[in-house]
Design a protein around this ligand. Sequence first.
Ligand code: BES
Ligand code: ZN
Ligand code: ZN
Length: 492
Amino acid sequence: MKIRIESSFEKRKQADALILPYREEKNGPVALHTQMENDPVLSSLVEGGFEGEISEIESTYGVKGKEKRVVCLGLGREEAFSCSVLRKAFASVTDFCKKKKIESVNIVLPENSEEEELIAVVDALCMANYSFDEAKKETLKDHPTVLLKEITLIGGKSSWQKKIDEYRLLMESVNLSRLLVNRNADQTKAEDLAEEAKKIAARFPAVSCRVLSKKEIEKEGMGLLLAVNRGALVDPALIVLEYTGDPKSKKKTAFVGKGITFDTGGLNLKPTGGIETMRIDMAGAATVLGILQACASLGIKKNVLGVIAAAENAIGPDSYKPGDIYVSHAGKTVEITNTDAEGRLVLADALSYVQKEYAPEEIIDFATLTGGIVVAIGEEASGLFCNDDGMVDRLEKASEKTGERVWRMPLYPEYGKMLKSSIADMKNSASGRKASPCTGAAFLERFIHKNTRWAHLDIAGTAYLSESLPYYPSFATGVGVKLALAFLEDEI
Ligand code: BES
Ligand code: ZN
Ligand code: ZN
């Protein structure tokens, strides 16, 4: 898809549709543009019931201009106007274009738009302009997916073009993450995730990749990662990507991803209704790959590590068993009280490994860790657990900027106590279902060193939506990539 800025309405090229923004007011919609105000067809459309509510769309033919179709887009009331309103409204534009098979649009930006608003518009157009089609054959023959190919934004400053081009690059990484999550579980096995990581390292000289094989994982003593993978036919992997964007500095930020390529629940088998989407349990890993690719393609001036603990939580004669005790990479022993609480196990080993080998100042882990976070806050936000208030501020700022919501959850010491084991140093799952996202986070916290700033994002509700929305078309959302990049870019 191409996105260009055009400062003059008159100089715009031919396109399938022209998009004109309107504000909602008591006495009827008010144009947020000065173009074609006196066109009779357009004014009759506006008079004929269009109110200008957020995302309201009315379209007509027969207006004189360079486009076959003119679309009026509602942006709602002035007092409620914000970047998230723009995102919602412009995602509906892309959705409308998909349905009407429109490939090129001229969009008149609301008058006096700021750069931040332009980015919200571009974000919405891009996020919605996606469709996972790899697994469709006949459907595609009968109903080919039509996505937007050319967008001209009229009224913007030409200096904004650079930002737009950067955004396009960022979206490539969001879409990489979406693609990996959407694919079959067996297309994204540990070795496939490792291949993706190697591809990124091969493309960008500032990125290096190291994959620990099963043998090396054994040598490192990552007993928890090995335990989770025991029932699987394929080997686990510990994948490390290292991006050097600031060679003069020793500071590093690490992103760690849960890479469970399929989560059956293990011998504590998941029931029907809970198991069908479990190919998405490597969404944290997909986010980390997206983040590292985005850092490299945008040339972010930071040192960034990406670490993925990849395993399959399968059932087989050799599966790890409830009641068994395993020794972690950190040396602490863990009693397995529930084989379905496997994410925290593989993450614990990855977290302790990255701290020992690379000593990053700060770590953010992404994990589809608990169903409980979906019960608590739904699909509207990722659960944020963090041991550092400054980091929370930065993550909340990044969240505000990108629209990827985070909601802080508590890390009270009581949650840690709920993991007390009478036979080992701790158990992996507290008894009962109380506060499961919090006890999950408390388990991870046990593996964080005293001086490491750490945030855990439980993305079980946000990585994959049960119903598609214009802004988030079906399946994976790619959540976390934009958040992480905004987080990195913000730091002084
Ligand atoms: N992968 C699941 C969590 C999950 C649930 C992700 C729904 C996406 C959507 C995780 O491994 C899991 O099964 N967690 C258990 C933890 C429990 C046993 C303490 C859960 O949430 O029930
Ligand atoms: Zn599980
Ligand atoms: Zn899981």
